[in-house]
Design a protein around this ligand. Structure first.
Ligand SMILES: Nc1nc2c(ncn2[C@@H]2O[C@H](COP(=O)(O)OP(=O)(O)OP(=O)(O)O)[C@@H](O)[C@H]2O)c(=O)[nH]1
Length: 701
């Protein structure tokens, strides 16, 4: 069955998309906008009164211009069934009646086509070719070409005309022009409607804790949670969902539960700007350390205000003044010293200073005037996500604007679904959550990635449609990535700084096997190499798995499963290595062996023999030949040698020639005499010791 998007159809029929949407609405068919797909049946409905196009164009201009924005469409949808609200509809219906009678007459008595009158108005998207513009204006292309020539533009029928040229020509004919702005519905940014000031409500600040290793980030997060989270929430069992909320002085604060700047940066790299305030933890007994500096850079790069928590002040060695002093170098000057940075002395362990810290967070939040509109479809970011044995894809979302409700159709990154259940940080089921609230949801078809954005939609069909487009875009983007290599090459080549990483996707017949594989693979320890399990799943290896492997330069391991047809084809095209196993240990052994192989080989010196220089000959073209006697082991032509004189190494290099009498020798064993010349070295003396050794690759443990 023929299917196409409304705007494509509109282009083909040379009518504005809006008139088609209206016609469908008039016939009781609700579509969202020009991106919606229509089938033959719907086309027939539209074609029933197609000849009215010019008129409908006229009608359209009378309508409010609300259709271009997705938000507007949402509103439009609800009204569609009720014709009277939409001025175009009744007229459409009337037109339909008229035109249905017209065609038979035309068929009976074919007349030479009369030149069509000029339309009142034309619309276009981005640009038009001369031919397209001519057809919209009901003119011959040659006429337009002549006109263009007159205007000093030499054009052909297929020449693209820009907005100015289109306007110039159309206006010359007295026809109004309007550019249709096509909104890419798959881009969530396009849903960020300008909120009216009165719709904006105060929202809790979202706080991330950063700082150097062991300075007390985790302890601080725990301490805040312990002292505050259960207040007024008696009986709540805290649950790790990647973020939590506390209440202090009647106001809420949201903390991201993953300390450290790695998470912060990963989120930011994926376009998620969720943090409003950074708490920089600095241990008072240790001062500014490398990761303290990194954390400052990250917070500054993101333009996020910093509050310094000088921690461990309970310790004897604590020196908060030193911390303040050191931080002035990074433009973090305490208020007491004339600066603007808030410093709070705390002991995360003893729980001192926590209240003050929270008060300061509220203060900074107040200054920042953090607001969001809760009365719209939710939008936000993924804090973390994973595949759960029983529940499938589970994701913690931070709602950043709007309100997320159970049952909401949603697109998250390139996954989609309907919010099946929502659980808050206290492990309680909730029905809806507003801005700055973290919530764990189930119901997605795939596991999204931390930092992915999400957007709720008014209907499931729309979510699916957009989710599918986003997924296929993701695939295309992945496809565009360079071709992949085989497992062995991969292991040899992947280098990420000093750490070598292997991205692995595990697919298995049952969840138990997935977990077993994951557990065993994660246990493989090879110094300098790292395994990243980027995706796991139950069932056949699909195209998605292959694409994911391709995008991340990884491999797919299948345990008791096979790739489906598409996956096989894509794997071939993308050169993604799929390893299929029936025994877990084989799979693990293979990876482990390859991982060892992937590392730069480790060498060890092995002395293979020694020779004593008994006499020397000087030969003009050759240099000094050492007449030697092999005292131990053997000396080979390709060995590396050291020349030792009275216990001191005076030369290290290679052998130039190794001869037995006049013949070249590959190796000479103990008890035999030979002539040795060294590369670029002639200062050989009687009594010197030549030690031969080779570098041997050793197996890693
Ligand atoms: N005396 C004292 N010890 C503290 C305080 N805060 C944290 N510690 C201790 O410092 C050590 C490190 O604390 P963590 O909270 O694990 O530090 P972290 O910054 O999360 O460390 P990483 O997760 O490794 O980056 C632990 O042994 C804590 O008990 C404090 O206020 N006073």
């Amino acid at each position: 069955m023929k299917k196409m998007r409304i705007y494509e159809y509109a282009k083909e029929k040379d009518v504005p998309s809006k008139s088609i949407i209206d016609k469908l609405a008039g016939a009781g068919i609700n579509v969202s906008n020009h991106m919606s797909v229509i089938d033959e049946k719907m086309m027939k409905v539209i074609e029933g009164d197609n000849a009215s196009a010019p008129e409908s164009k006229g009608q359209e201009t009378a309508k409010p211009k609300n259709d271009a924005r997705p938000q507007g469409n949402r509103q439009g949808q609800g009204n569609n069934k009720k014709g009277p609200q939409r001025p175009g509809q009744n007229q459409n219906r009337n037109n339909k009646g008229k035109q249905q009678q017209r065609p038979p007459q035309q068929q009976q008595k074919p007349e030479p086509p009369k030149p069509k009158p000029l339309p009142e108005k034309i619309t276009f998207v981005e640009s038009l070719t001369v031919g397209e513009l001519a057809s919209k204006l009901h003119k011959e292309p040659s006429e337009l070409i002549k006109k263009l020539m007159f205007l000093g533009v030499m054009a052909t029928i297929n020449q693209e005309l820009d907005k100015d040229s289109i306007e110039l020509i159309a206006t010359d004919y007295g026809v109004e022009v309007e550019e249709e702005i096509v909104i890419d519905e798959t881009e969530f940014e396009n849903y960020a409607d300008e909120d009216k000031e009165e719709d904006l409500k105060e929202r809790p600040p979202v706080v991330t804790i950063m700082g150097h290793v062991d300075h007390g980030k985790t302890t601080l997060l725990d301490s805040i949670r312990k002292t505050k989270v259960t207040e007024g929430e008696a009986g709540g069992i805290t649950q790790h969902i990647g973020a939590y909320q506390v209440e202090t002085s009647g106001k809420k604060i949201t903390f991201l539960d993953t300390p450290g700047h790695a998470a912060f940066t990963t989120m930011r790299a994926r376009g998620a700007q969720v943090t409003d305030i950074t708490i920089l933890v600095v241990a008072a007994d240790d001062g500014v350390m490398p990761q303290t500096k990194e954390a400052i850079s990250h917070a500054k790069a993101a333009g996020v205000p910093i509050i310094v928590a000088v921690n461990k002040i309970d310790k004897e060695a604590a020196n908060p003044d030193r911390v303040m002093q050191e931080l002035t170098e990074f433009e973090l000057v305490p208020e007491a010293w004339g600066g603007e940075t808030i410093f709070v002395n705390v002991s995360a362990l003893a729980g001192t200073g926590i209240d003050e810290l929270l008060e300061m967070i509220l203060l900074v939040a107040e200054v920042a005037e953090l607001k969001a509109n809760p009365d719209k479809l939710a939008r936000g970011s993924v804090i973390e996500a994973e595949l759960d044995k029983g529940r499938g894809a589970v994701a913690t979302l931070l709602v950043q604007s709007g309100t997320l409700k159970v049952g909401d159709p949603i697109v998250v990154g390139s996954s989609f679904g309907k919010v099946r259940a929502m659980v808050n940080d206290l492990g309680r089921r909730v029905k809806e959550v507003g801005p700055s609230t973290p919530v764990e949801i189930t119901g997605l078809n795939e596991v999204p990635l931390a930092g992915d954005q999400f957007q709720a939609f008014p209907d499931e069909k729309k979510a699916r449609q957009i989710g599918e487009v986003r997924m296929s875009r993701q695939r295309e983007a992945n496809l565009a990535a360079s071709s992949r290599v085989s497992l062995d090459d991969l292991f040899n080549q992947i280098q990420q700084g000093d750490v070598k990483e292997i991205n692995i996707i595990i697919k298995a017949d049952v969840q138990g096997s997935v977990e077993a594989m994951r557990g065993s693979l994660e246990k493989i320890e090879v110094e300098g190499a790292k395994i990243n399990i980027i995706h796991t799943g139950v069932g056949a290896i699909t195209e998605y798995d292959v694409m994911l492997a391709s995008a991340s330069n990884g491999i797919v391991i299948g345990f008791n499963v096979r790739p489906d047809v598409n996956a096989k084809r894509t794997a071939e095209a993308e050169k993604v290595d799929i390893r299929l196993h029936r025994i877990i240990y084989n799979a693990i052994d293979e990876i482990e062996a390859a991982m060892k192989g992937m590392l730069d080989p480790e060498f060890e010196e092995k002395v293979i023999g020694q020779a004593e220089v008994r006499t020397t000959f000087k030969v003009s073209k050759v240099g000094t030949i050492a007449g030697s006697y092999i005292t131990e082991g053997k000396v080979t032509r390709d060995s590396t040698v050291r020349l030792i004189r009275e216990g001191i190494v005076i030369y290290e290099g290679s052998i130039n020639a190794l001869k037995r009498f006049k013949d070249d020798a590959k190796e000479v064993a103990a008890g035999y005499e030979c002539g040795i010349t060294l590369e670029n070295f002639n200062d050989l003396k009687e009594g010197d010791i030549i030690e031969a050794y080779v570098m041997e690759e050793i197996e890693r443990k």
